[in-house]
Design a protein around this ligand. Sequence first.
Ligand code: HEC
Length: 170
Amino acid sequence: MRGFVFGLITASALVLAADKSSSGPDEVSLPENYQDEFLNYLDVDHLDRKRVRKMYVNREAHAAAVAGEDLPDGTLLIMEDHDATTDADGNLVWGDDGRLIALDAITNIFVMEKNAAWTTANGHWDYAWYLPDGSPRPDASFDGCFSCHANRADRDFTFTYWKFVSDRKR
Ligand code: HEC
């Protein structure tokens, strides 16, 4: 279905180029300095995959989310994947805090952005997937982003962020 929609967009690119309401991975932002400027609200350890995921949200959206009922227009959620530190035998190494230790290198960057001007299968969210150097992942497919995150429609299509905000409000 999405393939069909993309075909349509290509065919009418001239018309849509001027249409700011169209969305798609190209429209989803990846601010260069998000690691410094965004709030790193959560790190998730995945023992099975020997991976640490770092979650970020833009601060102005976060302030509005905590103060309001809904996640605001302009919410930008970024999830970085890092391999976890292992020893010479490939076994996980634990930090003093009992958590996995993320290597500095990023392996993948996943982004979801909420823009009131967009209407997608998942409300006003669209998705993007970047390589560590910030370029779009060439073989990316986005059907899975939509279908899997649709399982959390009652939490505005987010797995971790809605919960983080609800916990702050209590
Ligand atoms: C099979 C299910 C699944 C698919 C497919 C999937 N996600 Fe997720 N996503 C998750 C889960 C579960 C989390 C919570 C983090 C974790 O436990 O790894 C998450 C978290 C996120 C987050 C952090 C905010 C949040 O909702 O917690 C972003 C951003 C994100 N995913 C983007 C994407 C993008 C972009 C794609 C497609 C390229 C995608 N996801 C595909 C299940 C999925």
